[in-house]
Write a protein that binds this ligand. Structure first.
Ligand SMILES: Cc1cc2nc3c(=O)[nH]c(=O)nc-3n(C[C@H](O)[C@H](O)[C@H](O)COP(=O)(O)OP(=O)(O)OC[C@H]3O[C@@H](n4cnc5c(N)ncnc54)[C@H](O)[C@@H]3O)c2cc1C
Ligand code: SF4
Length: 578
């Protein structure tokens, strides 16, 4: 039987960026918060001298252990989903800091178009631009309303960057200057300018100079060590929850961080949550943690799963289109073209978010009237720092092993680099999350089932945007340019990108969304669900800037809720406020 603990005001499930921000903001305001994190604790000291590609980038030491917890996957409704023992299309973080401990640091604001995508698309292209199977909807918030929280996230994170010429709506400068230029990135910038495009050095949470944030946390200067994506930073130079919001929360004395605490359900009476149940993964002991406010910050998949498993909210049914939990699950397409150059550059140096990008083919920045898709993607050349095991590409036709492969891969290591795009993904009625009817986890709870495939919109956008990536490489003078083709169907195993969204989406109408624009559940007002699970579609940038902005807004909402219980936002159903 579970041991009942003393009640607290708020509990967060998971301590990554979302959980860390909520903990810091509530604890600073005097709220006693318990943070339950299924993984272990870790800090900068744990990452010293650990440039071990095999351990972190191949065996994924910092990620969720799939032998203990996984999902089942299928492409289409009606197929049998099977448990996945290898992820690659996306990786799931675990431990204090979540995936924020080992992210790249690309820190973006979604565009004004993203938040009002349905209204703006209908207005410009007519209501039939996308077939009705695409469950496109507005987010219930505008860019202008979210902008102050974006800036709050940036000030806390110390983001480095420069103005995007196609995004003039910023009201504040970046807290720190852009990252360094490198010869290959400069060549990309020059080529894009010659093509009449609008390149700029992209926003980065690898910090360009020493920075003290408003909470008093100091971030160090990035050393361009190249072991960034999938690694913790040994210099404390990558903005992460571990060096910002978690220490801020702990310093207040109001934050009780409990690691190895795996939450298995939300306890509730149908109308209100009364706490959560968790298992101490080291002893197997079970605890009930009563709380006035429950905040799910356990990432897209577990936010959705915990609600379904706890029977909170209405599960989505793709046949009828009714229900909301599990709805609008989205991925992103990763368009890639690789350029092979005559001249060498230093490919071993780099940083997770060191790159030059452009938005000319992103959002609704170009005319889609004659195109079979909406939206687009940012197009970027990144200099991540190549590592020897994973990145030894050579042009097609080169043998994949033996003497010739060795010779060619050594030749091209410092002469090849990709241009990539993160392409927006539109929600489709058949792409969703639900509970698996067959497979269970170690605690006897059903696994989450993912039903997902690429849509026609994805294929059309991919082909268009890959050609644009290739254009820039041609202009840069690459000897060989190799665009990559999109597979017919989505496969969860090959590496693509780590951005999965939806499942517990926000909106203005409780019939079609699970959360209001403070990320408070419409159906249960003392439950807040924070993360990319709230995105109504996936945009053409990395998600975490938006996750951070939404988390700051949610924290403000929770503090308001403490004073005046009830819904923070009026319900808008069929254009009526109720
Ligand atoms: C390799 C990699 C690179 C990335 N690079 C970028 C990038 O450059 N830019 C960008 O915008 N995004 C990037 N991302 C995505 C980014 O890391 C996530 O958007 C961000 O970390 C999400 O924060 P979160 O707090 O919502 O979730 P997470 O960081 O996943 O944190 C959730 C936490 O909840 C815990 N948890 C889950 N279930 C339970 C449970 N049942 N009980 C208790 N605890 C639980 C987890 O252990 C985890 O610590 C990257 C992701 C990866 C994997
Ligand atoms: S590239 Fe910079 S931010 Fe990334 S791990 Fe190395 S020093 Fe840290």
């Amino acid at each position: 039987m579970a041991k009942k603990l003393d009640k607290v005001e708020a509990v967060t499930v998971g301590v990554g960026w979302a959980g860390g921000i909520i903990a810091a903001e509530l604890a600073k305001a005097g709220v006693k918060v318990v943070g339950l994190e299924r993984g272990n604790d870790r800090s900068t000291e744990d990452f010293q001298m650990v440039h071990d590609e095999y351990r972190y980038a191949i065996r994924y030491e910092l990620m969720q252990d799939l032998s203990k917890e996984t999902i089942t996957f299928r492409n289409k409704p009606g197929e049998k989903a099977l448990p996945m023992r290898q992820f690659g299309a996306f990786l799931i973080g675990t431990g204090v800091g979540g995936a924020g401990a080992h992210w790249n640091g690309d820190t973006w604001f979604f565009s004004p178009y993203d938040f009002e995508i349905k209204t703006m698309t209908d207005k410009k292209y007519g209501k039939n631009k996308l077939p009705k199977e695409y469950t496109l909807q507005d987010w219930g918030i505008t860019y202008k309303e979210l902008a102050p929280y974006y800036h709050q996230f940036e000030r806390m994170a110390g983001t480095s960057g420069e103005l995007n010429p196609l995004r003039p709506e910023r009201t504040e400068k970046y807290p720190t200057p852009p990252m360094k230029d490198t010869p290959i990135l400069k060549s990309y910038m020059d080529a894009a300018n010659r093509l009449g495009l609008h390149p700029f050095r992209q926003p980065s949470a690898n910090i360009s100079e020493v920075y003290k944030n408003p909470d008093g946390e100091t971030l160090n200067q990035c050393q361009y060590c190249g072991f960034c994506e999938k690694f913790g930073c040994e210099y404390g130079a990558k903005s992460s929850p571990n060096v910002t919001v978690v220490p801020t929360a702990l310093k207040t004395g109001n934050f009780d961080l409990r690691t190895h605490a795996n939450v298995t359900g939300i306890i509730h009476d149908g109308n209100k949550a009364t706490g959560v149940r968790y298992v101490d993964t080291q002893t197997g002991e079970e605890f009930d943690q009563p709380a006035d406010i429950v905040v799910l910050t356990s990432y897209t998949l577990n936010n959705t799963r915990l609600l379904l498993q706890s029977e909170l909210g209405r599960p989505y049914d793709p046949k009828t289109g009714t229900g909301v939990i599990g709805k609008n699950y989205c991925y992103q397409i990763t368009a890639v073209a690789t350029g092979f150059f005559k001249d060498r550059f230093n490919a071993a140096m780099g940083a997770g978010a060191l790159g030059t990008t452009l938005d000319d083919y992103n959002n609704d920045n170009f005319d889609h009237s004659d195109l079979d898709f909406i939206h687009g993607g940012s197009i970027t050349m990144k200099q991540l720092g190549k590592r020897p095991i994973n990145e030894n590409g050579a042009p097609s036709g080169t043998p994949r092993w033996g003497k010739e492969f060795k010779k060619e891969s050594i030749k091209w290591f410092n002469r090849s680099i990709p241009v990539t795009s993160q392409g927006a993904s539109m929600p489709h009625k058949n792409n969703y999350l639900s509970l698996d009817p067959t497979y269970k986890d170690a605690y006897g709870n059903p696994l989450l089932r993912m039903t997902y495939d690429f849509t026609e919109q994805d294929h059309a956008l991919y082909d268009y945007i890959t050609a644009r990536c290739a254009d820039i490489l041609e202009e840069m003078g690459a000897e060989v340019v190799e665009p990559k083709e999109l597979t017919d169907h989505f496969d969860i195993v090959p590496a693509q990108n780590d951005h999965i969204t939806g499942g517990v989406i926000m909106g203005a109408d409780p019939e079609t969304s699970a959360l209001n624009n403070y990320l408070q559940m419409w159906d249960v007002d003392n439950v807040f669900v924070i993360g990319a699970s709230a995105f109504a579609h996936n945009g053409g940038y990395n998600p975490t800037g938006t996750v951070g902005a939404l988390a700051y807004r949610a924290a403000e909402g929770i503090l308001k809720y403490r004073k005046n219980k009830g819904q923070l936002v009026k319900r808008e159903t069929s254009n009526k406020l109720v």
